[in-house]
Design a binder for this molecule. Sequence first.
Ligand SMILES: [Zn+2]
Ligand SMILES: [Zn+2]
Length: 129
Amino acid sequence: MEPVITLKQADFLEMGNIFRSGAFLQQCFSVHPLSLSLKMLTLPDKIGVFCLHCKSRHRLTVDTISRVIGDAELFEEGAARMLEACANAHQEALHVTEVSVDGNIVQFRCRECKAGFQTKISLYETYQP
Ligand SMILES: [Zn+2]
Ligand SMILES: [Zn+2]
């Protein structure tokens, strides 16, 4: 069964470059925060963040997506759909504005809608080319 072998080899090769730690995203955010943008959103729980600077791809598995209103208020209701609408309409406007690996929190902001989103992360996977 040749296709199966090919798939396994591909998986194996990719595994070598995948790091399951939030430290890599934190590092990107500390060093070049403006290079991080949302590149993929697959509800209910997958977000892809691409770093233009070091070409790392960070795949996040999220527990919750909330809308941030003002300084501290969070609303979960409808937030995931709103983020999805942003991602579909103007993905380039979505940027990472906060990474806190200690709190497992990553925040995004949409420049078009002037809306902030907070995601609670359960798994970080970084793929480095
Ligand atoms: Zn980076
Ligand atoms: Zn938007």
